[in-house]
Design a protein. Sequence first.
Length: 68
Amino acid sequence: MITYKQYHIQRFEHGHKRWVARITRADGQDIRTILPASEHPYLDTKPTASAEEAEELAKEGIDFGGMV
């Protein structure tokens, strides 16, 4: 698990050669999204071919994805 800004990112294999990154807040609170307006304990990226790609998607989501 890595910490990026105020979020934790955990990469894991989700099926055969399908990698997903799970994003949680470092302080344990729910993640609030802007569109649609909702709260979640965690968010998962779409499946990718590698752990590194999944991590990059998670970082992009944190930077540009409308999470607070």
